[in-house]
Design a protein around this ligand. Structure first.
Ligand SMILES: Cc1cc2nc3c(=O)[nH]c(=O)nc-3n(C[C@H](O)[C@H](O)[C@H](O)COP(=O)(O)O)c2cc1C
Length: 198
């Protein structure tokens, strides 16, 4: 394969990755059809004791700035961790595509401003708003007597205090393809695109 053909193939893979991410953030449960597998990603951060990981739902993609957007409770440990150290990894796996993405990101947390206000207005009357309306900060031990369920959420107007928009600027994509003919792996970052040994 010539150098040009090699670069063209890598460029095609990178475009396909962004196209799939775009499809993922706009996919929804419709009837019995599940959303794109990349709509849910694993977010890895670090706290004082070491690594942490959890699922998040990818809500938006800003292609020009290569940012993936998700939401969290501003009081949650992940937000505190990202305020201390904004370096993080988003991990996506799709069995349909046979593709794993490890996205090295720099994450900004915002709790005020026009963008937060617009997104907050969009979700405040949706069931998803309940995820950010616990009266106690996520991870706080609960008082006894209610089987672990939040019985009295904060009223939706308090969402303004608890709702955080997290924008993950993707700095490097580590793409791995599992395929019957063999695995392929490529990296796309500030140094360009290149194949790696899987
Ligand atoms: C499928 C799924 C999707 C989730 N999506 C989100 C999300 O978008 N934002 C969020 O803050 N937590 C989400 N969670 C909950 C987190 O995984 C985590 O349990 C919670 O936010 C506390 O994380 P922390 O203690 O690291 O802050 C989701 C959990 C699951 C199982």
């Amino acid at each position: 394969m010539t150098e040009d053909a090699r670069l063209a193939e890598l460029a095609q893979i990178e475009s396909a990755v962004w196209a799939e991410l775009e499809r993922a953030v706009h996919s929804r449960f419709t009837g019995s059809v599940a959303p794109h597998e990349w709509r849910r990603a694993v977010l890895a951060t670090q706290d004082a004791d070491g690594p942490q990981a959890r699922s998040v739902v990818l809500r938006d993609l800003l292609l020009d700035s290569r940012e993936l957007v998700f939401y969290a409770d501003a009081r949650s440990p992940k937000v505190a961790q990202l305020r201390r150290d904004p370096r993080a990894v988003l991990l996506c796996w799709s069995s349909t595509l046979g593709w794993q993405l490890r996205l090295r990101c720099h994450i900004e947390v915002e709790t005020s401003g026009l963008d937060v206000t617009a997104r907050w207005a969009h979700i405040r009357n949706r069931p998803a708003a309940h995820d950010y309306l616990s009266p106690l900060a996520p991870g706080t031990p609960m008082p006894d007597g209610h089987g672990g369920l939040v019985v009295t959420p904060l009223p939706p107007e308090r969402l303004r205090e608890t709702f955080a928009v997290l924008s993950a600027r993707v700095e490097a994509i580590d793409w791995l393809e599992l395929h019957a003919r063999g695995q392929r792996r490529a990296v796309f970052d500030a140094q360009g695109a290149r194949w790696l040994t899987p």
